[in-house]
Write a protein that binds this ligand. Structure first.
Ligand SMILES: C[S@@+](CC[C@H](N)C(=O)[O-])C[C@H]1O[C@@H](n2cnc3c(N)ncnc32)[C@H](O)[C@@H]1O
Length: 211
């Protein structure tokens, strides 16, 4: 949960807003907020799977993720997180917190299956939408049209969106950033690019905020 607070520069007042977590996957932000009596609704296609299926998927992808990271140690800043072992422990405990919370959270409507291109909510349902480690990061896999549609759709259901990071997996600023910002402005919204107090992937310490 603390990572989300830093990545998105969330203030205590922000945490009390109606929050939509976009593409939250197996992150523990929703569970952590719920433990503090604060409600987040998370939306991700993987929430159509059962807890056991998501658990199996994590077991399959986790070693691959760690292996790739160990081959690229210089691409990360090892200060807040001191070593790959510390990272593995942090990620494991976060995923376990998510898996423990998922069945109850699904019943309570806090985890909903859904796609950023077409969200299952009415206009203006949320105050704030957060999206980490999908848009911009996967610019090679997700087209600029998908990015434009996802941001427009999110701004339909939420008054404000924050997206982190603005870099691709290769560590370069996303080639879609300029077009997305232009699209936000064309649709009469405002935006800013803000430095945040979080940097794990080297150089990835900025978020896009639009409202
Ligand atoms: C790398 S994970 C990031 C998880 C979390 N936000 C974090 O920062 O730890 C990317 C997530 O995006 C989700 N995803 C992929 N395509 C999506 C889409 N079209 N709409 C919403 N979520 C999507 C995946 O299922 C996955 O859980």
């Amino acid at each position: 949960m603390d990572e989300y607070v830093d990545m998105f520069g969330l203030s205590p007042a922000d945490l009390k807003r109606e929050i939509l977590g976009c593409a939250d996957g197996p992150a523990s932000f929703n569970a952590g907020m719920n433990m503090r009596g604060l409600r987040v609704v998370s939306v991700d296609p993987i929430y159509s799977l059962t807890t056991a299926q998501i658990g199996r998927r994590i077991e399959e992808t986790f070693p691959v993720m760690m292996e790739q990271l160990e081959m690229n140690l210089d691409a990360y800043v090892w200060t807040g997180i001191s070593s790959p072992d510390a990272l593995a422990e942090l990620r494991r405990s976060s995923m376990e917190q998510f898996l423990a919370d998922f069945p109850k959270g699904k019943e309570e409507g806090r985890y909903l299956p859904g796609n950023l291109g077409s969200l299952p909510f009415g206009d203006g349902t949320f105050d704030l939408a957060l999206c980490s480690h999908l848009l911009f990061l996967y610019s090679g896999e997700l087209s600029v049209d998908f990015h434009r549609q996802a941001v427009a759709e999110t701004l339909r259901v939420a008054a404000e969106i924050r997206i982190f990071p603005l870099q691709t997996l290769a560590g370069q600023e996303s080639p879609h950033l300029e077009a997305v910002c232009a699209h936000i402005a064309e649709t009469g919204r405002r935006f800013e690019i803000k430095e945040v107090d979080y940097e794990f992937q080297r150089g990835a310490n900025r978020m896009l905020r639009a409202w």
